[in-house]
Design a protein around this ligand. Structure first.
Ligand SMILES: Cc1cc2nc3c(=O)[nH]c(=O)nc-3n(C[C@H](O)[C@H](O)[C@H](O)COP(=O)(O)OP(=O)(O)OC[C@H]3O[C@@H](n4cnc5c(N)ncnc54)[C@H](O)[C@@H]3O)c2cc1C
Length: 505
């Protein structure tokens, strides 16, 4: 029987398939489209995603294809009113203290190639039309060029986007709403003072519009809100908006390569799992594109579910492990949808409060607030998704120093402590000294033991000297306890029937 059937070959499905295939799990991935998507859609790749890519060994390759966005310029009628050096916000918080601009279509092609190198290709033109499930398996009905096929799989994952067939067939509600504003997106060739390697944002009482550079094409990506008088124009073309955009940014647009408009929803599915069927990515949550979080959240879902599915399929952990996917990812999706909703309303709302926020607070108060390093770090941790934690997960236990179980293992630059995470396996980290008992335990179990020197950096990151941190394959701390507490470590590993794979770093 097929171990895992993945429905949908967008970024979420591709990364899930890659992670599973890389762990040696049999996987099939189908997509009803005829070929990979050509729309550039999501541009921003956040630091947490790059940290996962580092674990897979291809972060540097992705970075070389994209463009680091280190500065954000706030503009009004083409004039700069404030500049923020985003690149310094995340210093010492992540090896990747920036957002990367990398168009989604190129990103999908990249992931598709990585997947093909593992011997798995997307079955295009293949649509999921229905399924049933029993205690033992999922029976999926696929249609390819009018020919129907039945596939039995141990698990099925719907990565089939906002209109997910999987979510609908499970009868899961998708509560939330739709914003009244209409977004536009365009890839253009332009000239002017704000055509540079940075993010340029125009945020004033009546406007919200942003320009990002696209490295590979040399084009600029524009996103913004269609002004009220144009909302009902049919058909709306870029020419209707051109004058408005040229005035807002003080640019001249020479050519338009792609233009689209769309409505934005904010919704979270009422469950992410029923029995042997899971949903990931836009199938489970959608929200405003402001903040560049959507695709990154889907990629985070994929990473979270992949190692758990692999461990259960390969009998390296109890099936109960899979019960932690929904509470971990749904809690974050809800926080994200609420926070992007609040931010989005402030950015585009027509009420007096929102207008005041855009025209007075952002250009004047924000530069002052961001003069404080605590504020800069908070912004980086939120946007980069390095703030995500699973403290309330059934899989999180204990605390040591400022680190609570469920937190992402903090980055300690002087120890280069993320390199050990390349094993994509369970491991124990100690910063300071590990006793002979702990060494003996890890050798006999067996379990990776990673010992780093105690440094000021480790202390600043909130770690406790000589404490023991059991780290999950996705880089989150599962157990934090005193180094001597081997009983607690044994109890944790046995409760979840965890067996490490012990792949060399
Ligand atoms: C214009 C635009 C701009 C955006 N900008 C950003 C941004 O800047 N930053 C950001 O993070 N996000 C952005 N997003 C959101 C981002 O594109 C999505 O979050 C991301 O594509 C979600 O990936 P996914 O793999 O979950 O779903 P999708 O990319 O929607 O992929 C779903 C796949 O499933 C397939 N499928 C659907 N139903 C079936 C079926 N029954 N059988 C087989 N296959 C099926 C589809 O063909 C599709 O290929 C933007 C979105 C849009 C539309």
């Amino acid at each position: 029987m097929l171990p895992v059937l993945i429905v949908g070959g967008g970024p979420t499905g591709l990364l899930l398939a890659y992670s599973l295939a890389r762990s040696g799990v049999g996987v099939r991935i189908v997509d009803r489209a005829a070929a990979p998507g050509l729309a550039s859609r999501a541009m921003a790749v956040q630091a947490r995603t790059l940290e996962f890519y580092r674990q897979f060994g291809f972060a540097d390759e992705v970075i070389s294809h994209g463009l680091k966005m280190e500065y954000l310029h706030l503009r009004e009628s083409g004039e700069e009113v404030a500049t923020f050096h985003l690149g310094s916000f995340g210093n010492n918080l992540s090896p990747y203290p920036f957002s990367l601009s990398y168009p989604q279509d190129e990103h999908e092609r990249f992931l598709g190639e990585k997947l093909r190198a593992l011997g798995v290709a997307i079955d295009f033109n293949t649509e999921l039309i229905g399924f049933t499930q029993s205690a033992e398996c999922v029976t999926a009905n696929l249609r390819r060029n009018d020919v129907e096929e039945t596939v039995e799989a141990q698990f099925m994952v719907g990565c089939d986007g906002a209109n997910s067939t999987v979510r609908k067939n499970l009868g899961l509600g998708f509560p939330g709403g739709t914003y009244e504003q209409v977004f536009f997106v365009a890839d253009v060739e332009a000239a002017g003072a704000c055509i540079n390697q940075d993010i340029n944002l125009c945020l004033n009482a009546t406007e919200f519009c942003a320009i990002f550079p696209i490295r590979t094409s040399g084009l600029q990506r524009l996103i913004g809100i269609v002004p009220d008088p144009l909302v009902s124009v049919e058909p709306l073309t870029f020419e209707h908006l051109q004058g408005h955009i040229e005035e807002v940014f003080g640019v001249q647009i020479h050519q338009v390569n792609w233009f689209s408009r769309y409505r934005v929803h904010h919704r979270v599915a009422e469950a992410f799992r029923r029995g042997r069927v899971y949903i990931c990515g836009d199938a489970g949550h959608v929200h405003s594109p402001a903040g560049g979080q959507g695709m990154n959240t889907g990629l985070g879902d994929a990473v979270n579910l992949a190692w758990k599915l692999a461990a259960v399929v390969q009998k390296r952990a109890s099936a109960a492990l899979l019960g932690s996917y929904e509470p971990e990812r749904m809690a974050f999706a809800r926080v994200l949808v609420d926070s992007t909703d609040r931010a989005f309303r402030l950015m585009v709302g027509r009420d007096l409060g929102s207008r005041f926020f855009r025209s007075a607070l952002v250009p004047h108060l924000l530069p002052f607030a961001l003069g404080f390093s605590a504020a800069r770090r908070a912004v980086f941790r939120t946007v980069s998704q390095t703030r995500i934690e699973y403290r309330k997960s059934p899989l999180s236990e204990g605390e040591a120093g400022e680190i609570l179980a469920g937190d992402r293992l903090p980055w300690v630059a002087s120890a280069n402590n993320f390199d050990a995470l390349r094993t994509l396996d369970w491991q124990v980290h100690v910063y300071g000294a590990a006793s002979a008992r702990l060494h003996g335990f890890c050798t006999s179990r067996p379990l990776h033991l990673v010992v780093h020197h105690w440094t000021d950096d480790a202390e600043k990151a909130g770690l406790e000297r000589d404490a023991m941190y059991l780290v999950r394959p996705d880089g989150y701390v599962a157990l934090a306890a005193p180094e001597q507490d081997l009983g607690r470590l044994t109890g944790f590993l046995d409760r979840w029937s965890i067996k490490a794979r012990l792949v060399p770093a």
